[in-house]
Design a protein around this ligand. Structure first.
Ligand code: SF4
Ligand code: SF4
Length: 453
């Protein structure tokens, strides 16, 4: 982490804390660009052995939609497009709308190495990548511009670890003050337990800790890191701060389910409850169609995991939910829509400020044709208003073959399901409402975090 230990400073942040100098042009070894860097490791890491205790056939039956909806109080296993119908209507009229949500990377590296990291297919170079971040001033200007044009939410999430960018905490505060709901997904190792971290918690809608191991020994294999004790301490700090200050922030854990960590889901469900988290989300592993991580070709194995997922969910309480994303875990990566219609509603930003409509465009063969613009060179407002931006939106809709090119269960997947249903039904029909409202009534108060579609 040479970047963060750099004692030279160019300026101070809003609390007078020196801002480390970071380089955005550190040279990278071309060999590091291989998208499948994790596949060799995954090939030699043994699968966790599923307990051989005989199971009844009923244990393999996926919970009914009614049961799933009742448990999924955050509407994680779906989308929240029904609560944004004015913007959907504007899009249907051909207007140039602002995105509702943006998944935004703000660094290109990470301090741990999860075996399922989709970021390696996008440009995450681990320690080397930590020298490349979204520059501070451009990031703060982006927060202001996003608020100005009506972006509903930004999640600091994506290809790499956001806490490697020293401007993270100020961006959270400024983003929220600009009118944008902000969230963070982090491994937690470097979370600031001083005033900056507390200020961020006061302004966040949610923070989610990426943790797929319930013990120190498992963490060393699954995340290739010795930082398990420190992660647990950071989670405890955030939960204690929330309680002490009575903050509205939702604090969750997220497990990425693979055959290498299947036996962690029940212990993690128990650990999350003991820590006092609000939820544990268990999601599928996203992989490229080229099988870069080694899991795309194993998506049909997820059916074997149903008993463990149900057992994990049984640890939900009134105040703590264990939520398996059943739809994505069990769909085997198959899409029922033929076009990516969600691009105008949900953007993706890579870790230095380049913007796209999809995470798979960050690095590689799509970069040239699907690059929207660089927030170091223009404002989000100007980008979204440009002809170039809308030309690319149209190109994504008309040229991308979602069945052959797209990675499994992308972030836009559920929004695409909604928009495709609207398109084929000819509008927002009762059946569209029924299919996409989850356990909520579209006419009643919305689910939590409604802008995070
Ligand atoms: S914490 Fe996130 S960015 Fe880092 S290796 Fe894990 S999945 Fe990748
Ligand atoms: S459907 Fe395809 S193009 Fe659209 S966001 Fe998902 S992966 Fe990207």
């Amino acid at each position: 982490m040479a970047t963060l230990q750099d004692s030279s400073t160019s300026s101070r942040n809003t609390r007078g804390v020196p801002i480390p100098v970071v380089s955005n042009t550190a040279p990278l070894n071309p060999a590091d660009f291989a998208h499948d860097r994790l596949r060799p490791r995954n090939a030699i890491t043994p699968d966790q052995t599923i307990p051989t205790t005989p199971r009844a056939a009923a244990d393999y039956v996926i919970p009914t939609l009614e049961v799933r909806r009742k448990n999924d109080k955050f509407l994680m296993d779906g989308n929240k497009m029904l609560w944004h119908l004015p913007r959907v209507a504007a899009w249907q009229r051909g207007e140039r709308i602002a995105p509702i949500h943006i998944d935004q990377g703000i660094s290109k590296g990470c301090n741990i190495q999860c075996h399922y990291c989709y970021g390696v297919t996008q440009g995450n170079f681990y320690r080397k990548g930590s020298e490349r971040v979204f520059p501070r001033e451009a990031l703060l200007n982006y927060m202001r511009s996003a608020g100005k044009i009506g972006v509903g939410s930004i999640a600091f999430i994506g290809e790499a670890e956001p806490t490697l960018n020293p401007a993270l905490y100020d961006a959270v505060v400024l983003g929220k003050q600009s009118g944008v709901d902000i969230s963070i997904a982090t491994n937690g190792v470097l979370w600031d337990t001083g005033p900056a971290g507390e200020a961020a918690l006061e302004h966040l809608s949610w923070i989610r800790f990426n943790i797929s191991a319930a013990s120190d020994a498992s963490y060393r294999i699954i995340h290739a890191s010795k930082e398990f004790p420190r992660v647990i301490e950071k989670i405890k700090f955030c939960i204690a701060t929330k309680r002490r200050k009575n903050l509205p922030v939702t604090i969750g854990l997220q497990m990425v389910l693979t055959p290498k960590d299947i036996n962690e889901c029940v212990p993690l469900a128990i650990l999350g409850r003991e820590l006092g988290a609000d939820y544990l989300q268990i999601k599928h592993c996203s992989d490229t169609v080229e099988n870069d991580l080694g899991f795309y070709e194993r998506l049909d194995e997820y059916e074997k995991f149903v008993p463990q997922l149900k057992e994990a969910e049984s640890h939900s309480t009134a105040d703590y939910r264990v939520i398996a994303k059943w739809d994505k875990i069990t769909n085997k990566g198959v899409r029922r829509y033929d076009q990516c219609l969600g691009a105008p509603f949900l953007l993706y930003g890579e870790g230095t400020g380049k913007m796209y409509t999809c995470g798979m465009f960050f690095d590689g063969k799509y970069e040239k044709d699907y690059f929207l613009g660089d927030l170091n060179e223009m404002s989000l407002e100007d980008m979204v208003a440009s002809d170039h931006y809308w030309d690319i939106i149209e190109k994504v809709r008309s040229r991308i073959d979602v069945h052959k090119e797209c990675y499994a269960n992308c972030r836009t997947h559920s929004c695409n399901n909604f928009l495709w249903d609207v398109k084929t039904a000819g509008g927002i029909t009762d059946s569209v409402r029924e299919a996409h409202a989850g356990g909520y009534s579209p006419d009643a108060p919305p689910p939590p975090h409604v802008n995070f579609i």
